[in-house]
Design a binder for this molecule. Structure first.
Ligand SMILES: Cc1cc2nc3c(=O)[nH]c(=O)nc-3n(C[C@H](O)[C@H](O)[C@H](O)COP(=O)(O)O)c2cc1C
Length: 200
């Protein structure tokens, strides 16, 4: 198979990907299903050890966004105990309504092929990055939230996840309304790399 890609264009998709938050989205403007399916399809091509394909998604859109907001606010109120915060509760209700779609990110353990858990989380994170890059390529905005009920054990069944599985966050997507700063805040890669090109 001979393929040729536009590496420069890909590099700029990676570099210009930014977290874009619901308040920056065009409220009420809905992304067509075929684009959402392409985002999910690309997630499905993430690398995964022993082909376990551990990623699971629950997509909320339309009236489903209100359902999701009420669901997460309810779970938060019921199980947050002493850490309950009224502002956060309200945000959990309101934030989904600003998005076109919210996709719950789950990691499902493969019963027949018990890999180390971290590998299944890594594979799911790769799937999320595929989603992020696809969103960027379509000129849309997205961000991954691990706030709210993400790590609440009680939330798992609502996303078809069992005790051994993990809820990893919520991926918000929308059309970008407000301009945003595209510049990356990363420190130089050279400081994070050890380069070994000789023996000893
Ligand atoms: C696992 C994970 C969880 C995150 N959770 C949150 C979150 O709960 N709230 C939030 O505002 N941003 C969250 N973010 C977004 C990061 O804050 C963001 O990626 C970071 O500021 C770098 O910005 P960039 O994505 O535009 O490069 C999360 C990112 C990751 C990878």
């Amino acid at each position: 198979m001979e393929v040729s890609y536009n590496a420069a264009q890909f590099n700029s998709i990676v570099k210009n990907r930014r977290s874009i938050y619901p308040y920056q989205y065009e409220k009420g403007k809905v992304i067509p299903d075929d684009i959402i399916w392409q985002i999910l399809e690309n997630a499905n091509h993430a690398p995964n050890h022993k082909q376990t394909e551990p990623w699971r998604f629950t997509v909320f859109t339309g009236d489903g966004l209100k359902y999701f907001g009420e669901l997460q606010a309810h779970i938060y109120k019921k199980y947050s105990g002493n850490s309950f915060n009224a502002g956060r509760y309200q945000k959990l209700l309101d934030y989904p309504l600003m998005a076109s779609h919210v996709i719950a990110i789950g990691m499902k353990r493969n019963e027949a092929n018990k890999l180390p858990e971290i590998e299944e989380i890594e594979a799911t994170a790769c799937a999320v990055q595929n989603m992020f890059l696809t969103v960027t390529a379509y000129g849309l905005g997205a961000y991954l939230s691990s706030a709210g009920i993400t790590y609440f054990e009680e939330a798992k069944p609502f996303f078809d996840l069992g005790a051994d599985d993990k809820l990893l966050g919520f991926f918000y997507i929308g059309y970008v309304a407000k301009p945003f700063d595209q510049s990356s805040k990363r420190g130089p890669i050279q400081k994070k790399v050890k380069w070994v090109d000789k023996n000893g």
